[in-house]
Design a protein around this ligand. Sequence first.
Ligand code: SF4
Length: 183
Amino acid sequence: MFTDVRSKRLMLVAHCVLNQNSISDGTAEFPASNLQAVNLLLHSQIGIIQMPCPELHCLGLARGNVHGGEQPVLVENSRIRSAMQRRPAATMLDRLAKLVALQVEEYRRYGFNVCGIVGIDRSPSCGVNSTSIKNHESRGEGVFIKAIRKELRRRHIRVAIVGIKASEIPKALTSIRGLLKHR
Ligand code: SF4
């Protein structure tokens, strides 16, 4: 089964790696995609799974605050983090995390190599090494990454997760190259 030309290698990436239009107002760092990260993945013959943007699904494009772009980023990010933890956003967040974990589980079931997950540091939702809490960038994970981890653990699945920042491209590419080596 699945012995055609497909590479059977996959990586999950935060939605905004491919689509910066999803980002909260005032924080996009590219017109459309993080080209260097995407190019690296495209040239690695790895299937790219674009995870849903949790904040877009849970709070909307304006994140529930049309003046959010006028706030300092960490202040607005911290507000978003709190909003993501309240219902009904939190219910949707859990649903999205389940959908991500389900895809990983299904590919693993058939022997595909899911090399890892790429999150976005400082994000209240997709941060891996750092997130935004109490108006500061602090060590810790965003609420979506936490929910994905919980869901993967429940299914006894281990997947490497790295966080990248658009402002630190060489480091980001090194992190992604590290995931690409995962078997
Ligand atoms: S970091 Fe996560 S929540 Fe923020 S825009 Fe990207 S995908 Fe959406």
